[in-house]
Design a protein around this ligand. Structure first.
Ligand SMILES: NC(=O)c1ccc[n+]([C@@H]2O[C@H](COP(=O)([O-])OP(=O)(O)OC[C@H]3O[C@@H](n4cnc5c(N)ncnc54)[C@H](OP(=O)(O)O)[C@@H]3O)[C@@H](O)[C@H]2O)c1
Length: 319
């Protein structure tokens, strides 16, 4: 009898984590969806057969982490935050947590460990980036065979980026172009990241040798500026707004005020992040093509979920 494969996914309830959960469940893994609030993970159960996707309590303590990874052959970490609400929260979540996951995984004999980091963490000057880079270093020290995926900004039905700007653009007359809107991104489709995680998880031992300890920079086929992103929003969401160029110093002041909201629309650290382009390095890095994945364009996916914001659609609905 073949033993059933167990995968522990930290952050399975999140935007990227749920796609990875779905792909691994299809591949026959028993999934431990590790979450601070396991009730929140119940929506993942239909991704597998009865009893295949198991919400698993994990409060982030070393004890809970060890319980979650014990017996698993594969561990994936998708936990992350975009802004700090408490001092040292980036460090706790992006650096200390992955360090503890890596140590527990090594101790429990986990075969493969995949960690979602962030593109540009080695070049950007934000606290977010620094905490992600420090996490990568701790991870490789504790579990040298780990594989790191660094996505650029991620799009997909449940994303918090295009949806947020579309919502704002629909109701506000103007949206800011921070630093003039020249920062470059390489938006990446969430299902392609899950595909990458799946290919790495399921690669043969020989193929895996080429991936272990390596970092993949994951960007989609389109390299766009923030200004281009607004154009895509207008095109696919059917909305219109004025683009208001904001110098960096004014953006920092605005962010200092918006950063006080319970769920900030913008923080000073995010403004700092925007000062560095967020694109895949030109040479010498592993990418989607290393895995034989053809990355999906924004135009192929954005219309499917942005059209809900269209003024026209809502006029028809109201009629
Ligand atoms: N989305 C993007 O555009 C993007 C781009 C580049 C890199 N990334 C990175 O990719 C990873 C996944 O991103 P995502 O967009 O899927 O994230 P997400 O949906 O915002 O959240 C992922 C998970 O993190 C856990 N989490 C959130 N706040 C936490 C806290 N204060 N303490 C402990 N756990 C917490 C939550 O799990 P529970 O509540 O179930 O515990 C949540 O489901 C992150 O590391 C992120 O930095 C994302």
């Amino acid at each position: 009898m073949t033993q059933q494969k167990i995968a522990t996914i930290f952050g399975a309830t999140g935007f990227i984590g749920r796609y990875i959960t779905q792909d691994l469940a299809k591949q026959g893994y028993i999934i431990r969806a590790a979450s601070r609030t396991p009730n929140k993970a119940f929506f993942l159960k239909p991704y597998g057969n009865v009893g295949q996707v198991v919400p698993f309590p994990c409060d982030g303590s070393k004890k809970d982490i060890e319980k979650a990874v014990n017996g698993a052959s594969l561990v994936v970490n998708c936990v992350g935050i975009l802004f700090e609400k408490k001092k040292d929260q980036f460090k706790k979540i992006h650096t200390d947590l992955i360090n503890d996951i890596a140590k527990a995984s090594a101790k429990c004999g986990v075969n493969r460990l995949i960690h979602i980091s962030a593109l540009g963490c080695d070049t950007a000057t934000s606290k977010y980036a620094a905490s992600k880079l420090a996490g990568e270093k701790k991870l490789l020290k504790a579990f040298p065979e780990a594989v790191i995926l660094r996505p650029s900004v991620v799009f997909g039905r449940e994303d918090n980026f295009f949806n947020m700007f579309a919502r704002m653009g629909r109701i506000l007359p103007a949206l800011p172009l921070i630093g003039g809107g020249h920062t470059k991104f390489q938006p990446v489709y969430v299902a392609d990241i899950a595909d990458a995680a799946l290919k790495i998880s399921e690669s043969t031992p020989d193929a895996f040798k080429k991936f272990q300890g390596k970092t993949f920079e994951l960007g989609g086929p389109d390299v766009v500026t923030f200004k281009d992103i607004y154009a895509k929003l207008k095109q696919h969401a059917g909305i219109n707004f004025i683009e208001l160029p904001l110098p960096w110093c004014v953006a920092k002041i605005e962010a200092a005020i918006l950063g006080l909201l319970p769920k900030p629309l913008l923080t000073t650290d995010q403004v700092e992040s925007l000062k560095t382009d967020n694109v895949v390095a030109a040479k010498g890095v592993k990418t989607f093509s290393t895995l034989g994945i053809q990355a999906t364009s924004m135009d192929a996916v954005l219309p499917s979920y942005l059209k809900q914001y269209s003024y026209k659609k809502n006029k028809v609905d109201a009629a």
